[in-house]
Design a protein around this ligand. Structure first.
Ligand code: ZN
Ligand code: ZN
Length: 145
């Protein structure tokens, strides 16, 4: 297995590492992601939960419910507020990393735009990437990125 990727928050209090190949890399334009990013979308990398661990600090958790009824747990630094990752109740095997919290976000290779139905009119998307109205078809993901 390749060396674990590492990440953490803006102030450095919370740190994590993640081993294993990303399962899906996406740009989510849903309203929840707009709120949480303070911008038009969130860049998320879904990685195996088995390879994920917190190495320093304790993130604060905020739980909300998706349209599909799943519990979405958002983890962020209690000190600086930086979004770190999410967990979805329907997929305990997956952690969704917030790409901006990686030490090296440049390895991110987005595969698709999802929840384009909620995209902002001023949000420019790469025309080479697929755009999905909500969830990508054929993927067993039932919650936002
Ligand atoms: Zn912090
Ligand atoms: Zn979203």
């Amino acid at each position: 297995m390749a060396e674990a990727r590492r990440g953490g928050c803006l102030c450095g209090r919370v740190r994590y590492e993640s081993a294993g190949e990303p399962l899906f890399s996406l740009l989510c334009h849903c309203r929840d992601c707009q709120y949480q990013s303070g911008s038009a979308f969130i860049a998320a990398m879904r990685v195996p939960a088995v390879g994920f661990r917190i190495t320093a600090g304790e993130p604060k958790l905020f739980v909300s419910r998706s349209d599909a009824g799943n519990e979405i747990t958002r983890a962020f630094c209690p000190e600086c507020g930086c979004p770190l990752f999410i967990r979805v109740s329907s997929r305990p095997d997956i952690v969704g990393l917030r790409v901006g919290s990686l030490d090296d976000p440049s390895e991110f290779r987005p595969e698709a735009n999802i929840f384009v139905k909620s995209a902002q009119p001023w949000d420019y998307m790469n025309p080479d990437l697929p755009q999905h109205h909500t969830y990508p078809p054929g993927r067993a993901y039932t919650a936002e990125g």
